[in-house]
Ligand binder design. Structure first.
Ligand SMILES: C[S@@+](CC[C@H](N)C(=O)[O-])C[C@H]1O[C@@H](n2cnc3c(N)ncnc32)[C@H](O)[C@@H]1O
Length: 291
């Protein structure tokens, strides 16, 4: 498995890449499901992918919430949309977009196993002709400038940081193009000190919705919609299915120290969310590029 920065690899629809995953080497402060992708030991990356590949999604979210966001964005009824779904994982949001909209979608991720599953799912949903998996880094999207009507990204922009992602992806949007992303957000003005300390350490960019919207405005976007993801997007759609996979996963990996550590990290994250879900969650941000 290679370990390089800024490389771009293309994966044809349906292809199963046999080579290892290319991981940007830059140090990243992260959280959540794939949080330990920052400078991972190679074995850990395989373990992380194996834990998440079978899930219905790789981060919190839901089909109804994806549809709500695309309604807030004013996309239903528009024709011939060009969309990039960045950090698409196995395609939970990609499939909703493909089925709801008249659009062609480039589904971008750097994990070939996820893209292969997405390609299979697109085929079985009858939308393969409108979904193109693209193996690439979100830090260096190989897209033409001003080519997208929409950039969509659920649970993924944190990998490069919200502000860096907003700033970097703007160039790929047409004038008036839509940016729709979910991002870790404080749901209240104040919060328990232990929670504050945890996220200050793990993801210092966590902020209130007002703070995130100020970032969007600073980078040439006009916010047009926001809502916090409901708890079922975390618990029913993401954490509970993962919990059900823990036993099989540990058996598959012979209860190795690394596999047990990964499961323990997920259990801790779940406990943290269950305890503090009134204070922190994902916000869904929809914004329009100001020309
Ligand atoms: C928490 S998962 C969310 C996946 C999907 N959007 C969903 O909601 O189920 C984050 C995704 O970002 C991808 N990712 C992380 N860093 C990336 C990078 N630098 N370039 C491209 N994809 C990346 C991961 O492989 C993973 O699929």
């Amino acid at each position: 498995m290679c370990y390089k920065t800024g490389q771009i690899y293309l994966l044809p629809t349906g292809a199963r890449a046999g080579a290892g995953v290319m991981v940007p080497a830059a140090r990243r402060r992260q959280y959540g499901a794939l949080s330990r992708l920052g400078d991972p030991p190679v074995d850990d990356l395989d373990l992380i992918i194996d834990l998440h590949a079978d899930g219905p999604r790789q981060g919190p979210g839901g089909a109804d919430e994806t549809r709500l966001a695309l309604t807030l964005a004013g996309l239903p009824g528009r024709t011939d949309l060009r969309i990039a779904d960045v950090g698409c994982g196995t395609g939970a949001s990609t499939l909703v977009l493909a089925e709801a909209l008249d659009a062609t979608i480039v589904a971008v991720d750097f994990v070939p196993e996820f893209l292969a599953r997405l390609a299979d799912a697109a085929a079985s949903h009858g939308v393969a002709d409108r979904v193109t998996p693209l193996r690439a880094s979100m830090r260096a999207l190989p897209l033409p400038a001003a080519s997208c009507d929409v950039i969509w990204s659920e649970g993924a922009i944190y990998n490069m940081g919200f502000e860096a992602g907003v700033a970097a992806w703007r160039q790929f949007l047409k004038p008036q193009g839509v940016l729709a992303v979910t991002e870790l957000t404080w749901l209240t003005a104040e919060r328990p000190a232990a929670l504050q300390a945890h996220w200050a350490r793990e993801y210092p960019e966590v902020d209130t919705a007002a703070g995130k919207m100020a970032v969007l405005e600073r980078h040439g976007f006009s916010p047009v919609g926001y809502f916090p993801l409901p708890a079922h997007c975390w618990l029913d759609n993401y954490y509970r299915p993962m919990q059900q996979r823990f036993d099989g996963y540990l058996d598959r990996h012979g209860h190795s120290d690394a596999a047990r550590a990964l499961v323990q990290a997920e259990r801790s994250e779940i406990a943290l969310y269950e305890r503090y879900r009134d204070y922190v969650g994902y916000g869904f941000y929809v914004a329009r590029k100001v020309a």
